[in-house]
Design a protein around this ligand. Sequence first.
Ligand code: PLP
Length: 400
Amino acid sequence: MLEQKISLSSIPFCRPFVVGKELEYIRQTIENMHLSGDGSFTKKCHALLEQTLGVQKALLTTSCTDALEMAALLLDIQPGDEVIVPSFTFVSTINSFVLRGAHPIFIDIRPDTLNLDETQLEKLITPRTKAIIPVHYAGVGCEMEAILKIAQRHGVAVIEDNAHGLFAKYDGKYLGTFGCLAVQSFHDTKNFICGEGGALLINDPQYIERAEIIREKGTNRSRFFRGLVDKYTWVDVGSSYLSSDMLAAFLYAQLEAREQIQSKRRQVWEYYYKHLQDWAQEHGIRLPIVPAHCEQAYHMFYLLMPSLEERQALISHLKAEGISSAFHYLPLHISQMGRGFGGKERDCMVTEDISDRLLRLPFYNDLTEIDQERVVASIKEFHSFSSVNLDYIPKAHVVR
Ligand SMILES: *Cc1c(COP(=O)(O)O)cnc(C)c1O
C-alpha cells in the first residue's frame, strides 16, 4: 500500500488518491521487462477505454497537452488557421494549436454550465476556421448537439477537451465520443491519475493510422509490430507522445476502480450541494448547475460568490481555518498571450465576471464527511460580507 498522509489540522484543496493495486501492477511491468511505451498495461488501458466509452481508438499519451498537440498535427493546422476555444479554460487547450501557428478565436461561456456558449459560435466561424474545441467544464457536457450541427454545416472539426469529464455523459452518450477527436488528462489533479498522463480518443477512423505514426516519432513502428510492414521507417512528422508502461500500470489500477472512484466523488459533491443549498440561496451565492440531460463526472465543486472581493475574503477566511480553496482560470483572451492575439477587456464578459467570482472547494476522493462538515461550517461562519478586507487580494494565480 502506498502511504497517504493525513493531516488533521489542515484540509488541502486537492490530493492524489491511490486505489491500492498500483504498486502491484508496476511490479508486473518490471517482471515483464517492458518499461517503455505500448506494453501490456498500455494495451489494457486502451482496450478498457475503447470498450467502455465505445471509441474507435484510444491512445495513451504523456499528457493531455500532448494529446492536444497530436490533435493539432492530425488536423494539419497551418499558420493563420483559426481555432475557436473558450476563454475560460486551461492554457493547453489552445497552446497546442498556437504551437502550429493557429490564431485563437476566443468564445465566451454560458452563465449556467460555464461551458462554451454555442449561441455565439456561428458568428465566429470564418473560412479560416479549422476547429472548435469545447471544454466540458467540471465534467458537465457542453451542448454537443448544437455544436456538432454548426460544425458540420461549416465543415469544421470538433475536438473535445474532456480533461474533467471522463465517464460523464451528455444525452446518455459518453463525453469524448462526440468530436472527431477528444483528449483526456490523468494529471494528479484529475479524477483518474498516473502522475502525468493523457489520452487521445479517436472517433473518426481516418485519423487512426496517422495518429499512431505521429505518436511514435513519425515512424510506422506500430504497423511493424503488428506485422503489417517488414521494417519500420520514417514516414511522417511526429514526436514521442507515448508514456511508459509503468505509468499505464498505475493508470490501469485507477481505471479498473472507476466505479469506486466516481461514487466517492459523487458523495463529496452531493454532501456539499445538500449542506450548502439553503445557505447559498440566502446569501445570493450560486452553486453548480447540471442540466438534466448531463450526467456529470463530479470533477469539482464550486461556489459563485457575489463579487471578487467576497470571493477573496472567503478564500482568506477559509485559509485562516486551515482550509485550502482555489479560484480557477484567468480569462485567456486578456492574458499576456491572448492580448497579443488581439484579445481585450469585455470581449468575453461572462468569462471575465465568472473568473472573478468562482471559488473551488476542497475536493478529492477520500475527503471525509468530518472534514467536509468543517468546510461547510467555516463557510457558514463567513458572514462578514460588508467588512471585506480589500488588501487581501493574492497575486499568485492558480490555473489548474
Ligand atoms: C488539466 C487540463 C489540461 C492539461 O492536462 P495535462 O495532462 O496536465 O497536460 C487541459 N485541459 C484542461 C481543461 C485541463 O483541466
